[in-house]
Design a protein around this ligand. Structure first.
Ligand code: HDD
Length: 744
C-alpha cells in the first residue's frame, strides 16, 4: 500500500553466549519514518512566545511550547544511566566470576530494573483506551461580538491543539471496536490558557447529575466478582442500572445505534454535550453548544463486522489514525456552535441544562466557526497520549460554565483524577499539558517540580519586585465568572424540567432510516440477550414501550418474550416532536471514497493492467488500496511482474476494508482453495460491501457459498476493463448495498 510506511528492521544486538562473559556492542535501534518531527510541523499560536523564565521574585514561567525536559532517546549514543553516567555494557549485569551472582554494586542494572518496575501509572478510570494526535485549529471569523475568547478573536487565527479519542468502558489493552461511546477530547493551547473541550461522539449522556457517575461506570465495567465482561455493555449490571434509570433511555438509543461502532475516529462527530456560556467584552453572555463535524463525513461499520475487526485488528482505529496522518492525509473537523439566549432557553421545550437532551439542528442551526486539522502523530504514546490531562474546568476568558449539574460535577472530578493518575500536582508542567502562553503564579514545590522557581518571594503582595507590589492579578482581563443570579432553597432535588426521559428518545428513533432502525433493534436484542436475569430484559423493554411501540415490539420479538406493560412515567412521552434528519448517519452520508480503503485480492496470473487501473482509480478518488495475496511475497501478474502484497490473505479479512475487489488469474482454484479467501468474499457480501470481480472468480464465489447470489446485485461489479474500473470506482463513493438480501 502506497500510504503505509514500514519501520525498517532494527539492527540486532550482538548475541551473548550463556555462561560466557562477553561484551556486546550497544545496539542502534532504527527510527520510525513518517512521523513528523517538531522541526517540520510544530504549529505555534501566534504571539505566544513565552517570556524569560528568570524574572526576579517573579511569578514563575513554565509555559514553554512543550520543549521542557526533552530527553534524548536511548538511541543517541553513548548510552548513559538516568543520571548521565556512560554505561559500559547493557547486555550483561555485573557478576562475581563468569557464572556467579549479580553484584549489588551494579548501579546501572539496579537503576534500570528500578525504573522498569515503576513504568506503569494507573490507567484512566474511564476512557482508558485512547489514541491521540496534534493539530491546529483555524478560526473562520471574529466572534468578538459574542465571546472575548482570544482563540475566536479574528479570522484566520491559528491555535495549536491536541486531541485524544477513546472508548469509555474498556481497559487500556481492550479492543477498538467495542460497542461504546467514543470520547473526543480536545485541548486548545490558546494564548490565554488551555481550553479543554472534553466531549463525546454522542451529544447526550446517560445521567443528569454527576453524583450518579460512579454508579453508571461501575455498572458498565467488568462485574466485580468475576472480572468480565470488559469493554462491553452487554451484561446484566449495565442494563440493570439503565433499566432502573429511565433518564438513560435516550442515551441508550444512541449507544445502540451505529454511532457506537464508528468506521474511524476520522469519521465521527464530536459534541461538547453540555450547554456552556460565551461571554463577551461587555460581560454579556449567550449560551453555546459545541459540535465537531468530520469533513470526511460520518461512517460506521456493522456489528458483525465490528466483532470480527476486534479479532483481526484490535488496534483498528488507532492504526487508521496513525496511517492517515503519517501518509499526509490529515483528518479535519469543522467546529460549529449553537448559540442562544435566555429567551430561547426559556422557550425551548426541554431544559438546556439537562445533558440528556439535544437542541435539534433543525430548531437551531449549527454555525460553523472554524476548522481543526490533525497533522502530527505523537513522538511518544506514553508521554503524550497517556499523560495528557483534560479538564472541563480549563476554560479561557470568554468561555464559562452553565449550571448543568453534570458539568458542575465534572469540574471537580477531572482535576482530582489527574493527581491519582499522574502522581503530582505539577502535572501541568508535562509538555503535552503545559500551556503555550506564559504562566505566572506562586504555587511552589511539590513532587516533580520542573520549573525554575527563582527569586526570594513566593507570596503576594510583596515589595521585593520593585514598585509593582501587587496585587498582580489580571482583574477584569482575567477569567471573570459570569455573574449569574442564584436563588432558591438548598435542597437535593432534580428539577421538574428534567423529568421527561422519553420524548427525545422517540424523536431520535423516528429520525433514523429503516436500515438504522433495524440496527438499533438488533443491538438491543443482542445486548439484552446477554443479560441472564429475565426481569432486567423485561424492565428495559417496558421502558422502550414509552419510546415507541414498534421499537419495543421488535425488541421483545427478537428476545422471544411477551411484550411487558409500559413502565410508569413521571411525564408522558410526547409524540409531537418533529423528526430531526440531522440525527441520521446514513441520511447524511457523503458520496465519497476519500479516506477509505479498498482491499484488492490478487491471484497469480491476474491481469496486470486491471490491477493497475484499480490502484490508480482509487488513488484518484482519494482512497487507499491494500494489495492482498495468498502469500505476502505477492502475486505474479499476467505480464510476468511480481506485485508485492501488503498483506497475506490469512491476515487480511475483508472486515478491514470498506470495499473489496478480487482479480484472479485464468485459474481460480488457488484462491478458491484458501479458506481465508472464501471468508473474504463471503463476509464482504454479508457486510453489504461493494465487490469487484475480474478473472476466474467463479470457483471462489461458489466456495464462499455465494453461487447464484451475486447476479443482479448492483454492488457486485466487473472490474476487468477500463470502463468497468471507472464504474466500479464511482460506485465505491456510494453507500453500502443495504438492500442486499442476506437470507439463504
Ligand atoms: Fe468524563 C474522562 C467525556 C461525564 C469523570 N470523560 C473523560 C474523557 C472524556 C470524557 C472524553 C477522556 C479524556 C481523555 O482522553 O483523557 N465525561 C465525558 C463526557 C461526559 C462525562 C462527554 C458527560 C457529558 N466524566 C463525566 C462525569 C464525571 C466524569 C459526570 C465525574 C463526575 N471523565 C471523568 C474522569 C476522567 C474522565 C474520571 C477519567 C480520566 C480523566 O478524567 O482524565 O475524571
Amino acid at each position: 500500500m502506497a500510504t503505509t510506511k514500514k519501520t525498517p528492521a532494527k539492527k540486532s544486538a550482538t548475541s551473548t553466549g550463556a555462561g560466557k562473559a562477553t561484551t556486546a556492542a550497544v545496539p542502534q535501534p532504527g527510527t520510525t519514518p513518517g512521523k513528523s518531527t517538531k522541526e517540520t510541523t510544530t504549529t505555534k499560536t501566534k504571539g505566544t512566545e513565552p517570556a524569560s523564565p528568570t524574572q526576579t521574585a517573579s511569578p514563575q514561567e513554565v509555559g514553554n511550547g512543550g520543549e521542557l525536559h526533552q530527553l534524548a532517546g536511548g538511541d543517541s549514543p553513548p548510552m548513559t544511566t538516568a543520571h548521565g553516567t556512560p554505561v559500559q555494557d547493557d547486555q550483561n549485569s555485573l557478576r562475581a566470576g563468569d557464572r556467579g551472582p549479580t553484584l549489588m554494586s551494579d548501579f546501572a542494572f539496579r537503576e534500570k530494573i528500578f525504573h522498569f518496575d515503576h513504568e506503569r501509572i494507573p490507567e484512566r478510570v474511564v476512557h482508558a483506551r485512547g489514541y491521540g494526535a496534534h493539530g491546529v485549529f483555524e478560526n473562520y471569523e471574529s466572534l468578538s461580538d459574542i465571546t472575548r475568547a482570544s482563540i475566536f478573536a479574528e479570522a484566520g487565527k491559528q491555535t495549536e491543539t491536541f486531541v485524544r479519542f477513546s472508548t469509555v468502558a474498556g481497559n487500556l489493552g481492550s479492543f477498538d471496536l467495542a460497542r461504546d461511546v467514543r470520547g473526543f477530547a480536545t485541548k486548545f493551547y490558546t494564548d490565554e490558557g488551555n481550553w479543554d473541550l472534553v466531549g463525546n461522539n454522542i451529544p447526550v449522556f446517560f445521567i443528569q447529575d454527576a453524583v450518579k457517575f460512579p454508579d453508571l461506570v461501575h455498572s458498565v465495567k467488568e462485574e466485580p466478582d468475576r472480572g468480565f465482561p470488559q469493554a462491553q455493555s452487554a451484561h446484566d449490571t449495565f442494563w440493570d442500572f439503565a433499566s432502573l434509570m429511565p433518564e438513560s433511555t435516550h442515551m441508550t438509543l444512541w449507544q445502540m445505534s451505529d454511532r457506537a461502532i464508528p468506521r474511524s475516529f476520522r469519521m465521527m462527530q464530536g459534541f461538547g454535550v453540555h450547554t456552556f456560556r460565551f461571554v463577551n467584552e461587555a460581560g454579556e453572555s449567550t449560551f453555546v453548544k459545541f459540535h465537531w463535524r468530520p469533513l470526511l463525513g460520518m461512517q460506521s461499520v456493522v456489528w458483525n463486522e465490528a466483532v470480527k475487526i476486534n479479532g483481526a485488528d484490535p488496534d483498528f482505529h488507532r492504526r487508521d489514525l496513525f496511517d492517515a496522518i503519517t501518509a499526509g492525509d490529515f483528518p479535519e473537523w469543522e467546529l460549529g456552535v449553537q448559540v442562544f439566549d435566555d429567551a430561547f432557553a426559556d422557550s425551548f421545550d426541554f431544559d438546556v441544562l439537562d445533558a440528556t437532551k439535544i437542541i435539534p439542528e433543525e430548531v437551531l442551526p449549527v454555525r460553523p466557526i472554524g476548522k481543526m486539522t490533525l497533522n502530527r502523530v505523537v513522538d511518544n504514546v506514553f508521554a503524550e497520549i497517556e499523560q495528557v490531562a483534560f479538564m472541563t474546568q480549563n476554560v479561557p476568558p470568554g468561555i464559562d460554565f452553565s449550571n448543568d449539574p453534570l458539568l458542575q460535577g465534572r469540574n471537580f472530578s477531572y482535576l482530582d483524577t489527574q493527581l491519582k493518575r499522574l502522581g503530582s500536582t505539577n502535572f501541568s508542567q508535562i509538555p503535552v499539558n503545559a500551556p503555550r502562553c506564559p504562566v505566572a503564579h506562586f504555587q511552589r514545590d511539590g513532587h516533580m517540580q520542573m520549573a525554575p522557581q527563582s527569586g526570594r518571594t513566593a507570596y503576594e503582595p510583596n515589595s521585593f519586585s520593585g514598585d509593582d507590589r501587587g496585587p498582580r492579578e489580571a482583574g477584569p482581563a482575567g477569567h471573570v465568572p459570569f455573574p449569574g443570579e442564584v436563588t432558591g432553597e438548598t435542597r437535593r432535588i432534580r428539577a421538574e424540567s428534567f423529568a421527561d426521559h422519553y420524548s427525545q428518545a422517540r424523536q431520535f428513533w423516528l429520525s433514523q432510516t429503516p436500515v438504522e432502525q433495524d440496527h438499533i433493534v438488533a443491538a438491543y436484542v443482542f445486548e439484552l440477550g446477554k443479560c441472564e436475569v429475565p426481569a432486567i430484559r423485561e424492565r428495559m423493554v417496558a421502558n422502550l414501550r414509552n419510546v415507541d411501540e414498534s421499537l419495543a415490539t421488535q425488541v421483545a420479538d427478537g428476545l422471544g418474550m411477551p411484550l411487558p406493560a409500559a413502565s410508569e412515567t413521571t411525564v408522558p412521552a410526547r409524540d409531537d416532536l418533529e423528526p430531526s434528519p440531522a440525527l441520521s448517519i446514513l441520511a447524511n452520508a457523503l458520496e465519497t471514497f476519500e479516506g477509505r480503503k479498498l482491499g484488492l485480492l490478487v491471484g497469480d496470473g491476474a491481469d496486470a493492467s486491471a490491477v493497475k487501473r484499480l490502484q490508480q482509480g482509487v488513488a484518484k478518488a482519494g482512497g487507499m488500496v491494500e494489495v492482498i495475496a495468498v502469500a505476502v511475497g505477492g502475486a505474479t501478474l499476467s505480464d510476468g511482474t511480481l506485485l508485492e502484497a501488503d498483506q497475506a490473505i490469512a491476515g487480511a479479512p475483508s472486515v478491514l476494508y470498506d470495499a473489496v475487489a478480487i482479480v484472479a488469474g485464468s485459474d481460480g482454484t488457488p484462491l478458491a482453495n484458501e479458506p481465508a479467501a472464501r471468508d473474504f468474499v463471503a463476509d464482504a457480501f454479508t457486510h453489504y460491501k461493494v465487490i469487484g470481480l475480474a478473472g476466474s472468480t467463479d470457483a471462489l464465489v461458489a466456495a464462499a457459498g455465494l453461487d447464484g447470489k451475486l447476479e443482479g446485485d448492483s454492488a457486485v461489479l466487473p472490474v476487468g476493463s477500463a470502463k468497468d474500473a471507472t464504474a466500479f470506482v464511482s460506485r465505491l463513493a456510494g453507500p453500502r448495498q443495504w438492500e442486499r438480501d442476506l437470507r439463504a
